[in-house]
Write a protein that binds this ligand. Structure first.
Ligand SMILES: *[C@@H]1O[C@H](CO)[C@@H](O)[C@H](O)[C@H]1NC(C)=O
Ligand SMILES: *[C@@H]1O[C@H](CO)[C@@H](O)[C@H](O)[C@H]1NC(C)=O
Ligand SMILES: *[C@@H]1O[C@H](CO)[C@@H](O)[C@H](O)[C@H]1NC(C)=O
Ligand SMILES: *[C@@H]1O[C@H](CO)[C@@H](O)[C@H](O)[C@H]1NC(C)=O
Length: 603
């Protein structure tokens, strides 16, 4: 087979033999019909592929096992990617295959996943050539915005080999849309992270400065400082406000936790606020000190304004009723519905925006603000060794990416976002990693040793997009993110587990690796999960989600982008078919349905 490729521009050019074999797993999920929400159905297809790697295609440069980004390489990967039976591939495919070469790509792409850009054709927008070279390139549009679209047809893309590939899309402006227009940031929109003061009695000014520097570097504007009635709440608030002021460009507000505070404690709340209301780092709206809460419905925030001697801007987490929205003491409402659940138990369904719409509906009528939650995950596993024993998960899986898509969809209807949480390790929705001067209430067993920080990088393009009013993330660099649970569901740990049984909801999650790619031009992803066969997938520009079956062993990710980036990386935590062994303590194995994540930066 002869392959003509512009290898100075493309490091790795995948060819996919259009053979229809292999297994495919189709997952369907149905969003519930509710109110104005269009019923949506999305179909995600996982390819279990058979891959042939051919390294020895001759070019100017010699092959290298470690490929530097930006260096042309000789490696051309030839893969056979199965086309799922029953998927819709345009008829053109067959003719394309035969036109100029024996190699062709028959790939199903999924623009349909949660509001991804449907505008861009992954290949032909960006690949141009002399007219006789690309034999065919076909896409079918799959608009998903239409309320009547009950099922989304996959796009079919065919590309034949024998390409002289150049990048840049001559005459096409669409390859440069994200950088072509200056991004206009709406400075009224803010992103906060929920910070549990309760576990940081030992934090120093230095600790706070470090956390704030990290948060700032990920596009977070401030901390929502959750306090209960701990004796160290006030000294730690003092440090937080001081560190925020020193850091600059970072704000704070208190989030009173009414698990501990009582609704009759107007004086206690007012006195606490008064200490910080006039500090430079206090977040204010229209000059009013901002404050929030965890529950506490019915608390008299108007009386707190009186107690403080100035108008405050209260946005507590209360139920989305019109009565609450109309409450004179409030300037807005905050939701804690960051996970799909029913009666605070797990359900086998994705999170929808139904609850957001309920809040938006009531606050809009009251002309008030809405603060929406965004979360990565939920898993808690406190055993009988503590009085606050609890053991369940909420189905999270691809939540982080899907929730961010929802945030962009809701767009300007959201005034503020609160990432839940910065450091609640006990429920596994911490964005900051375990470590430092915080305490351990027993959750180190499932929190320590798992990296969550890469998730913060995923949110950066979304935060930029949300603030600028864009409906798709502003992708400025090529990256691939992945996350997965550290052991298979088949692990049995009742005998050694701290709780003694699997978490509620364990059976509604799948043994999958969740991958999100962000590219300007698209690329090729290869995932090798343990002893499973490698999975290859072409990805479109923008943001794409891929779910790959999880196998015990090392997790290896390889990504080459059409901008010329290439990275290969092995995750720092293997998947095990055995129970999770906590890093500290003497436990021999527990159920750990927390996640580990990683990122490869390709440009
Ligand atoms: C590809 O480009 C090279 C150099 O411009 C040229 O020599 C070659 O004929 C081209 N191949 C095809 C198939 O057009
Ligand atoms: C995209 O457009 C901007 C502004 O017009 C320009 O400066 C930049 O070079 C363009 N980038 C590419 C990759 O064409
Ligand atoms: C009211 O709140 C203050 C601190 O804000 C606290 O010191 C006090 O104990 C609280 N009172 C009650 C009865 O909980
Ligand atoms: C593990 O450590 C705890 C206290 O840290 C102790 O009570 C328990 O007996 C130990 N278990 C084993 C099997 O060593």
């Amino acid at each position: 087979m002869r392959v003509f490729a512009a290898l100075s521009l493309l490091q790795v050019l995948p060819f996919v033999l259009g053979k229809k074999h292999g297994n495919s797993v189709e997952r369907r999920s149905r969003a519930m019909r509710h109110g104005d929400l269009a019923e949506r159905q999305f179909v995600e297809t996982i390819y279990v592929t058979e891959t042939i790697w051919i390294d020895a295609i001759p070019t100017e440069t010699s092959p290298s096992s470690s490929i530097d980004a930006g260096q042309p390489t000789t490696q051309i990967e030839v893969a056979a990617m199965a086309v799922p039976s029953g998927s819709i591939i345009p008829d053109e495919e067959e003719s394309a295959v035969s036109t100029s070469s024996s190699a062709a790509i028959g790939v199903q792409t999924n623009t349909a996943i949660y509001g991804l850009s449907q505008a861009t054709n992954p290949i032909d927008t960006f690949v141009s050539s002399s007219s006789d070279i690309i034999s065919d390139s076909t896409t079918t549009d799959a608009p998903i915005s239409s309320a009547s679209a009950s099922a989304v047809q996959p796009q079919g893309i065919t590309i034949s080999a024998g390409l002289n590939v150049t990048l840049g899309g001559s005459g096409s402006g669409s390859s440069n849309t994200s950088t072509g227009n200056p991004i206009k940031i709406n400075s009224e929109k803010k992103v906060f992270a929920h910070f549990m003061i309760g576990i940081v009695y030992a934090y120093t000014l230095e600790s706070w400065l470090e956390d704030i520097a990290l948060a700032k570097s990920k596009g977070i504007d401030g901390f929502a400082l959750n306090i209960g009635l701990d004796s160290y709440s006030q000294p730690q608030l003092d440090l937080a406000y001081k560190a925020a002021e020193q850091s600059g460009d970072f704000v704070c507000f208190i989030s009173f936790d009414f698990n501990w505070y009582t609704v009759d404690n107007v004086t206690g709340v007012s006195d606490m606020m008064k200490r910080y209301n006039d500090l430079p780092a206090q977040f204010k709206v229209d000059g009013k000190p901002f404050v929030s809460s965890f529950i506490g419905d019915g608390f008299d925030w108007a009386a707190v304004s009186q107690g403080c001697g100035q108008e405050i801007y209260a946005v507590p987490f209360w139920a989305p009723t019109q009565e609450n929205a109309d409450n004179k003491g409030l300037s807005g409402l905050f939701s804690w519905t960051a996970w799909a659940s029913k009666d605070n138990g797990p359900i086998d369904a994705p999170l929808t925006t139904i609850q957001d719409e309920a809040y938006i509906n009531v606050v809009t009528k009251a002309n008030k603000a809405y603060m929406a939650p965004v979360s990565t995950w939920f898993f808690t596993h406190f055993g009988k060794e503590v009085p606050y024993s609890k053991n369940w998960l909420f189905k999270s899986e691809n939540l982080w990416k899907e929730r961010w898509d929802q945030i962009l969809e809701l767009g300007d209807k959201l005034n503020f976002l609160e990432l839940v949480t910065w450091n609640d390790y006990g429920e596994s929705h911490n964005l900051r990693n375990w470590g430092g001067l915080h305490s351990d209430d027993g959750c180190s067993k499932w929190a320590e040793g798992l990296d969550h920080l890469p998730m913060l990088d995923l949110s950066i393009p979304y935060i930029k997009a949300w603030k600028s009013g864009a409906k798709t993330p502003i992708v400025e660099r090529d990256q691939v993110f992945y996350w997965y649970r550290p052991h298979l569901k088949s692990a049995e740990c009742d005998a050694s587990d701290n709780y003694g049984s699997k978490p509620d909801g364990w059976d509604i999650v799948s043994d999958s690796i969740f991958v999100t790619t962000m590219t300007k031009l698209g690329g090729t992803l290869k995932v090798t999960s343990g002893s499973n066969q490698p999975v290859m997938k072409l990805v479109e520009p923008g943001v794409q989600s891929i779910e790959v079956p999880m196998g015990a062993g090392k997790q290896v990710f390889e990504f080459s982008t059409l901008s010329g980036g290439y990275q290969k990386g092995e995750a720092t935590v293997d998947v095990s078919d055995q129970c999770w062994k906590p890093l500290t303590g003497n436990s021999t194995g527990i159920y750990n349905y927390n996640y580990h994540s990683g990122v490869l930066h390709c440009s």
